[in-house]
Design a protein around this ligand. Structure first.
Ligand SMILES: Nc1c(C(=O)O)ncn1[C@@H]1O[C@H](COP(=O)(O)O)[C@@H](O)[C@H]1O
Length: 170
């Protein structure tokens, strides 16, 4: 099986967040390729990456970046299929800089933007896009949702058993 999703981030400082997208895709059995490329710092490498993405057979790109986060928008400018943007939390502006620069795309070049540091949701969203034409993956996504539901039920049961004071103590 070849990769269907490209995961790209502007710096290795984004890796902790972006690895959550990778973890989800792995759990759901979706092949991906992950790399670090900065549109700002190495535009030639970036253009080659974005231009070759379609011919590699990728259907979705997940792009994470912080600060003046142009990487996801530039992916969307070149790659003709969906781009999911992950804004990184930043110390100076709390990630609003990343969020606004990813979400405020001009008309015609959308980036599906998840929450600040929303790596896991980006992975789930990519899988959902692929599941529109993949019944087996859709089945795995439904099982993933069921598991999440069961975990909430378990937590509620535990709260019932021990009461909220003991529950918050762990
Ligand atoms: N926003 C971009 C781009 C880009 O958009 O091309 N390249 C790097 N960066 C971001 O700069 C932040 C700081 O990077 P460093 O930690 O390497 O200084 C990272 O969050 C990265 O995504």
């Amino acid at each position: 099986m070849s990769a269907k999703v490209g995961i790209v981030m502007g710096s290795d400082s984004d890796l902790a967040v972006m690895s959550k997208a990778a973890d989800v895709l792995e759990e759901l059995g979706v092949e991906f390729e992950m790399t670090i490329i900065s549109a700002h710092r190495e535009p030639d490498v970036f253009f080659e990456y974005a231009k070759s993405a379609e011919s590699k057979g990728w259907k979705v790109i997940i792009a994470g970046a912080g600060m003046a986060a142009h990487l996801p928008g530039m992916c969307a400018a070149i790659f003709p299929m969906p781009v999911i943007g992950v804004p990184m939390h930043t110390t100076s502006l709390g990630g609003r800089d990343s969020l606004y620069s990813i979400v405020q795309m001009p008309s015609g070049i959308p980036v599906a933007t998840v929450a600040i540091n929303g790596g896991a949701n980006a992975g789930i969203l990519a899988a959902k896009i692929l599941a529109t034409s993949d019944e087996a993956l859709l089945g795995r996504l439904k099982a993933y949702s069921e598991k999440m539901k069961d975990q909430v039920v378990e937590k509620a049961k535990k709260l019932d058993e021990v009461g909220y004071k003991n529950y918050t103590k762990g």
